[in-house]
Design a protein around this ligand. Structure first.
Ligand code: DX5
Ligand code: ZN
Length: 216
């Protein structure tokens, strides 16, 4: 199980130190939430901040684009240092083409599904993607409550993937107690924001989540 701290809940005025702490604790990648005030109500960060983070860490950058018309910004985010770009199925009328563009730019291609979006939208793009991000909250804010229908969706996506080496990531409201059942249902990456950055010791929480997912 990979652990991907979401910096949305970190102290943005001391972001470098927050990242260094989770990197030292063995985080596998860094989850960066990009919001545009249109696809979701909130506005967060853009390519300039991703480029600044790129200079501070060796961790792969997992960039979650909660924006309309993401195809307009793919090249900017890859240039800024994104290793993985995840677009929302709901924001992409030409999903197959958008995924191809991400791979052509040299990044891994991901699709995020809102809680209300059925996994069948992936049926004809399974060979075009590297990652499926199952949202377990409606995107827009950190600190929301985990929606348990994500479990069945993860299992369904894992079955659809068959022998493909697809990463399945779960994002939203993920706390320590969800790690084990999420692993059992087929998730391979846990994204966690408030659980890690609002814990008294963020580094310890990274380790506890990984141990909880794969005990022994
Ligand atoms: C929600 C974001 C998440 C968020 C998770 O819109 O996509 O990545 O940061 O934060 P928590 O873990 O606090 O729900
Ligand atoms: Zn996210």
């Amino acid at each position: 199980m990979k652990i991907a701290p979401s910096i949305l809940s970190a102290d943005f005025a001391a972001l470098g130190e927050a990242i260094a702490r989770v990197e030292a604790a063995g985080a596998d990648q860094l989850h960066i939430d990009v919001m545009d005030g249109r696809f979701v109500p909130n506005i967060t960060i853009g390519p300039v901040v991703v480029a600044a983070i790129r200079k501070r860490t060796r961790l792969p950058l997992d960039v979650h684009l909660m924006i309309v018309e993401p195809e307009r910004y793919l090249a900017d985010f890859v240039k800024a240092g994104a290793d993985m770009l995840t677009v929302h199925a709901e924001a992409c009328p030409h999903l197959q083409r958008t995924l191809g563009q991400i791979r052509e730019l040299g990044a891994k291609a991901g699709v995020a599904l809102n809680p209300g979006t059925p996994p069948g939208v992936l049926d004809y793009v399974l060979d075009d993607l590297d990652l499926v991000l199952v949202m377990s909250v409606n995107p827009g804010f950190g600190g929301q409550k985990f929606i348990p229908s994500a479990y069945a969706k993860i299992r369904q996506v894992r079955t659809m993937a068959g022998a493909r080496p697809l990463e399945i990531s779960v994002d939203g409201g993920v706390k320590l107690e969800h790690a084990r059942p999420l692993a059992a249902h087929g998730a391979s990456i846990l994204v966690a924001g408030s659980a890690i950055f609002e814990a008294p010791d963020a580094a310890a929480m990274v380790k506890r989540m990984r141990n909880a997912a794969a005990p022994g």
